[in-house]
Write a protein that binds this ligand. Structure first.
Ligand SMILES: [Zn+2]
Length: 314
């Protein structure tokens, strides 16, 4: 499942072509990919056709594109195209003359700001992902909705977020990420830290891979109760989460299976830097003991039994 670095790689790939592009045409090959668009496929096509895409914005694993609708320069309707990758969604940018991609569900043909035609193809093997148009609402803290790289200063959509993503906490790479707020949430949770790291209402963008990596780097057991972390340990954990997410963004994400690809259909390289995730039975890069995989919440937790011991509640 894509996490922050994979979604950021997709966002950064889409942004140059999609920013200030105009929607020419929409082809829906599988209506199931619009299941989150409440008003139905016909409304999706009618709303999006001729709209201008103003930016590509991300918070955690959520991507959205604020829209300027034709004939409404004031944007009384504050809408965005929201893309969920789910487990297996992919977003490719292709030329209209390129070969079709297998399992393409939706094709949006765009005219870029440089008057070139491109196809934004939404591919999804298992149809857990989706595209939808959603209303933008004000952020709770009055800060920017998410990360868009291009300057959002003075733009009407800057401090807005899709209503369906408003409950998602800020991610650790967000400039407005409030580490003290996250610390206070950790201090109130008796559940294991990995569970809290994956709770998108505590902080967003971290999934199974980067949680296992950050816990290995911090020498913490995945089931260590969150409220037992000392101030210093919590700070170490947050610093490792940030460091690992940044390093993975720089490598274009982790290609753990065939599902994740960048917008050109290429894989990321972070898997060569993994120390715990997917390393079952291989020697720990710190102590040499074998990495273990425990079943955990229908998935797995990878850890070093020697470096990452569960510490009893004091
Ligand atoms: Zn070890």
């Amino acid at each position: 499942m894509p996490e922050l670095p994979e979604v950021e790689t997709v966002r950064a790939g889409l942004a140059p072509a999609l920013t200030n592009s105009k929607v020419l045409q929409i082809e829906i090959l599988d209506e199931r990919s619009l299941k989150r668009h409440q008003a139905g496929p016909a409304d999706f096509v009618a709303t999006l056709t001729s709209a201008k895409i103003l930016a590509v914005v991300r918070r955690g694993k959520f991507l959205w594109m604020p829209l300027e609708l034709p004939g409404s320069a004031t944007n009384s309707k504050r809408l965005a195209l929201v893309g969920h990758l789910g487990m297996s969604g992919q977003m490719f940018l292709r030329k209209p003359t390129d070969e079709p991609d297998n399992l393409t569900r939706v094709v949006v043909t765009l005219e870029t700001s440089r008057a070139k035609k491109v196809e934004f193809r939404f591919i999804d093997q298992r149809i857990f992902g989706s595209l939808a148009i959603d209303e933008l609402v004000e952020t709770e803290d009055g800060q920017p909705g998410g990360y868009s790289q291009t300057s959002a200063a003075g733009k009407w959509w800057r401090n807005l977020i899709p209503s369906t993503a408003a409950h998602i906490a800020r991610d650790p790479l967000d400039e407005a990420f409030d580490v003290e707020k996250v610390r206070a949430k950790f201090a109130k949770k008796r559940s294991g830290i990995k569970r809290v790291l994956l709770d998108q209402q505590v902080l967003s963008g971290v999934g199974n891979i980067y949680a296992d990596e950050a816990l290995w780097a911090s020498k913490l057991h995945y089931d260590q109760p969150a409220d037992t972390l000392t101030r210093a340990t919590f700070d170490t954990l947050m610093a490792e989460v940030r460091r690992i997410l940044e390093a993975a963004v720089a490598e274009g994400g982790t290609s753990f299976d065939e599902q994740y690809k960048n917008v050109n259909g290429e894989s990321g390289y972070f898997e060569v830097s993994l120390n715990a995730y997917g390393m079952t039975d291989r020697p720990c890069n710190r102590c040499g003991r074998a990495i273990k995989r425990d079943s955990w919440m229908n998935r797995g937790s990878h850890f070093c039994p020697s470096c990452q011991k569960l510490r009893k509640r004091a």
